[in-house]
Design a protein around this ligand. Structure first.
Ligand code: 13P
Length: 253
């Protein structure tokens, strides 16, 4: 069977200014000698997409965004559309991150609409799903995640599957230092895989399923060695070039 090329995404969240171009330059320099068997996407704040995109041209790194609106244009003060992100140089967009679901009331229905318009604009949609601590304690985590996935996925014509990435990010693991036990992680990822394969056997088995939540260079090999874990969505550690390199080295040959 064709192997999935892993993907590591750095989510800078609301961190970074123009002067942080130096971090991208340093990352590119350090990556050059590594022959990495993985794709890399950095998602800075929207203000930095254009400048970072011109920096990474012809490198193996792409730039992504952290959100987009459900429409392509219109009277939506403060919002950014998927076509504007493409115009600025973005190749991907993170959608339905729990920080947006919780702080901005984003429902799975909204996430699904955003994913559809992201695909229309030609972006890769990185759809985030993950249970809260309360759901986990009730033993309902895995079921919750599968239901959330079903509700967040847009209709998937064949042409869009290669631009779909799922990121499993348990809310209780984000920024806490806690991570799921590897076997627990594999169980959720294999349920996500089954669900994707129930929609398309051919494409579901090739779709990248990332893990996110307190990924560090120190825990990366336990997490990323799992069969259905095809990479990571990295928050805090992606802001430190050395930490990010430590994570990426897992995929260096
Ligand atoms: P941390 O890696 O800081 O826990 O954040 C994870 C995350 O939310 C990435 O989207």
């Amino acid at each position: 069977m064709e192997r999935i090329l892993p993907l590591v995404v750095g989510n800078w969240k609301m961190n970074g200014h123009f002067a942080d171009e130096c971090r991208i330059r340093a990352l590119l320099c350090s990556l050059e000698p590594l022959s990495l068997r993985a794709d890399v996407i950095i998602c800075p704040p929207a203000t930095l997409i254009r400048s970072f995109s011109s920096l990474v041209k012809e490198s193996g790194v792409a730039i992504g965004a952290q959100d987009c609106h459900t429409a392509l244009s219109g009277p939506y003060t403060g919002d950014i559309s998927s076509s504007m992100l493409v115009d600025a140089g973005a190749k991907a967009v993170i959608l339905g991150h729990s920080e947006r679901r919780i702080a901005h009331g984003e429902t799975s229905h909204i996430v699904r609409k955003k994913a559809k318009i992201a695909h229309q604009a030609g972006l890769t949609a990185i759809i985030c799903i993950g249970e809260s601590e309360a759901e986990r304690v009730r033993g309902e985590g895995a079921r919750f995640v599968v239901d959330q996935l079903r509700a967040s996925l847009p209709d998937m014509p064949d042409c869009c599957w290669s631009r779909l990435v799922i990121a499993y990010e348990p809310v209780w693991a984000i920024g806490t230092g806690d991570v799921p036990a590897p076997a627990e992680l594999e169980e959720v990822h294999s349920m996500i895989r089954e669900e994707l394969q129930s929609l398309s056997l051919e494409y579901g088995r090739k779709t990248r399923i990332l893990y996110g939540g307190s990924v560090r260079s120190s825990n990366v090999s336990a997490l990323l060695s799992m069969k259905n874990v095809d990479g990571a969505l990295v928050g805090g550690a992606s802001l430190q070039v050395n930490e990010l390199l430590g994570i990426l080295s897992f995929y260096a040959s």
